[in-house]
Design a protein around this ligand. Structure first.
Ligand code: SF4
Length: 474
């Protein structure tokens, strides 16, 4: 068989299989359904007179989602079925009222608000893209990521086909080192620095919690990463023993692990060093010479990143807190741009890989962060929310935040929830790439021509006019 035929025969289009994975812990319903019983009774009497004994028809009114279809109908509404379509209250305003449930609104914290929690709960349970049938009724600008808009004004027809599977839009990204140019000897063999990368199928890395983990959680992350063909970043002690998923596991190493590297039980494709440590770096390169070594450090180190690149580090995993802030209060959007620019200015941006975590909690943050300069996002708190974690108060500081996972967590459910979330985020990424006319996600990195900032546009239009105040970016 000719070589190209062979390739075609073994080619598999990347696809994430999704399956419904409903909540295992009962969360407060999204809405409270308030019914005045006298009004409902009157409606039911008129319905009985009209439809006779057809109980199924009578109990389906006025809600097609089954809120009023319980054993005693609307006298005890099944609020967990309410999707907030408002049909009932529009049709019968005299006796039905729909309100947000304050208990549901208390999920999450001041940054990871209940709206984000709701969205992720839907994505993780269904694997689908959330669609708001009634249209978007929120603001079109704001602080943080909401102050950044993306430009879709390309001729887009060809890649719309990619969204529907008629052609491919690649979401593969490479992590590692690619030299700015290659050199060859007289015999045509490459000499000097050669590329050293690994590829993952989507620009999402699963960044596991770095504190104590409940039993089975590390394995859940590792298995999900292996099935997604991406990476799970896990503390060294939890990575030990995960040889079955070794190709997908990235252990986080601290200086005290230098003597214990052989206990890992497998040869990792990549490791992360928690902060720069010369002795640890030497131990890693001696024990795992083929592994990519990433530096996991705060955005505060941005000024020193280029010097680490000169010492051999080519992959950087930069951390903001869970609210996307650095120690000086800068927002992750600006921090990513700064880090990206540091390498562009040094002329080595193509040689290194930038990953980051913190404050990227919705599907649209993924392409925005890449436009700002990331190669891939290391997703953290959204994965915990996908597993129905409850926040223990405000969770911003990495070392001092507590999340409570459901007690009845099981591996199959957890892996499917993580895969569903990634599938939904990838589909939303494909929408953006298709709308921009891009056929591969690698072209999105640092593509600032696609970005517009509310602050800049408002200043262009209104600066100098009475009443104008400068919008905040971060
Ligand atoms: S708002 Fe919609 S889903 Fe909720 S009870 Fe009313 S009709 Fe049913």
């Amino acid at each position: 068989m000719p070589e190209h035929r062979d390739t075609a025969a073994t080619y598999h289009r990347y696809h994430i299989p999704t399956q419904p994975a409903p909540d295992i812990e009962k969360w407060p319903s999204r809405f409270k359904v308030k019914v005045r019983r006298a009004g409902l009774a009157k409606l039911l009497i008129s319905e009985v007179l009209h439809y006779g004994p057809r109980k199924d028809v009578i109990l389906s009114r006025p809600c097609m989602y089954g809120v009023f279809s319980g054993p005693v109908g609307g006298f005890m509404p099944r609020e967990e079925h309410c999707v907030g379509c408002l049909r009932c209250t529009t049709e019968f305003p005299e006796f039905v009222r729909i309100e947000h449930n304050p208990e549901r609104r208390s999920l999450g914290d001041s940054y990871f608000t209940f709206n984000y929690v709701d969205q992720i709960a839907y994505e993780a349970s269904s694997g689908l893209v959330p669609v708001r049938g009634a249209g978007y009724r929120g603001k079109f600008g704001g602080e943080g990521w909401d102050g950044m808009w993306t430009d879709m004004s390309e001729i887009v027809r060809p890649t719309r086909d990619g969204i529907h599977g008629r052609e491919t839009i690649s979401t593969v990204v490479d992590i590692g080192y690619t030299p700015n140019f290659l050199q060859f000897d007289a015999a045509g063999q490459p000499i000097g620095n050669t590329p050293h990368t690994l590829s993952i199928q989507l620009p999402i890395v699963l960044d596991g919690p770095q504190n104590e983990l409940a039993a089975g959680v590390a394995q859940m992350y590792a298995r999900a990463a292996a099935e997604l063909d991406t990476l799970a970043v896990l503390p060294f002690d939890y990575a030990v023993g995960l040889a079955a998923y070794g190709a997908a596991v990235v252990p986080v190493l601290r200086p005290e692990h230098a003597r214990r590297l052989s206990q890992l039980g497998f040869t990792p494709r990549m490791v992360e060093m928690q902060g720069w440590d010369e002795a640890l770096y030497s131990a890693i390169t001696a024990t795992f010479p083929d592994a990519i070594v990433a530096l996991r450090t705060g955005f505060e180190e941005t000024g020193a990143l280029v010097s680490y690149a000169q010492r051999g580090i080519k992959v950087f995993h930069l951390l903001a807190d869970f609210h996307g802030r650095s120690a000086d209060g800068s927002f992750v959007l600006d921090l990513i741009r700064e880090a990206h620019k540091a390498f562009v200015d040094a002329g080595i941006r193509e040689e290194v890989t930038l990953l980051a975590s913190g404050g990227m909690i919705a599907a649209e943050h993924l392409p925005k962060a890449m436009i700002c300069g990331l190669d891939a996002v290391a997703v953290d708190t959204p994965l915990l929310v996908a597993l129905q974690a409850r926040f223990g108060g405000e969770c911003s500081a990495r070392g001092a935040s507590s999340f409570r996972l459901p007690g009845n967590l099981n591996a199959t459910w957890g892996v499917q929830r993580l895969k569903n979330l990634c599938a939904s985020w990838r589909d939303q990424l494909l929408e953006i790439l298709g709308a921009m006319g891009l056929r591969e996600v690698r072209r999105l990195r640092g593509e600032m021509g696609r970005a517009m900032f509310m602050k800049t546009l408002e200043a262009d239009a209104f600066a100098g006019l009475l009443g104008y105040t400068e919008a905040k970016n971060g």
